[in-house]
Design a binder for this molecule. Sequence first.
Ligand code: DGL
Length: 270
Amino acid sequence: MHRPIGMFDSGFGGLTVARALMDLVPAEDLVYIGDTGRYPYGSKPLPEVQSYSHELARSLVKDFDVKAIVVACNTATAAGLDQIRAELPVPIIDVVEPGARSLVKATRSGRVGVIGTVGTVSSGAYVQAVARTGAPVHLVSAACPGFVEFVERGQTVGDEVTVLAERLLAPIRDANVDALLLGCTHYPFLARTISDVLGTGVTLVSSADETAFVARDRLAELGLLRAEAGVGTHRFLSSGDIELFRELGGRLLGAELARTERWPLRTNLV
Ligand code: DGL
């Protein structure tokens, strides 16, 4: 009996990580929960985000018997995963460490930037993760409130999002970085706008691919990687508007989202 890999995010953002994982290990079964009923996470107090992510992680283990969890959300990672790492009997893979590693690999000048939600940037999670890489880089961070809301509305290009991007990315442009980490899993959907604003001299780094590699290697180390070839089953669940998740998720990730199921919000899973 094969056990799936579990993933969660506040909404559609983690689909960027799901895509990378589905492409890298296509035979694996996947269960993805988008907590659209309670998004956005980035503007909420971190203890509240932590309680949501614990609930989602516990549900993935108890209700879906996952063999590993990929926390496809920077804000949930920034809010703290120590408790679920200690409590749950499965490996927990996050997006922050892989993102920081990709960022320091991508720079030539040593001047790097990270953008994320207010929660992620104010937590200092990336400052710490980049410091842990030991790379001698100068890091500039900027929070981008409003970006996630555009993605969740399916508005990834256009004047409104460009005007906001011009304003929020000004400190990054002024800092003369040559590599920018999209430290929120929603932001790759805005890559075209971000790149137009910053110019082609700035390499945009997403943690999705590196996280998928980390997940694959970790599963292989633990003997949990599915050996046979083939295409796994991919299940998508949402705590919010199912029709929206099907429609917008389908546009952002693909036809698999047509079968999105409901993940019921509960509070007493423990
Ligand atoms: N996608 C999430 C992240 O990576 C957060 C989005 C939100 O604010 O809900 O931080």
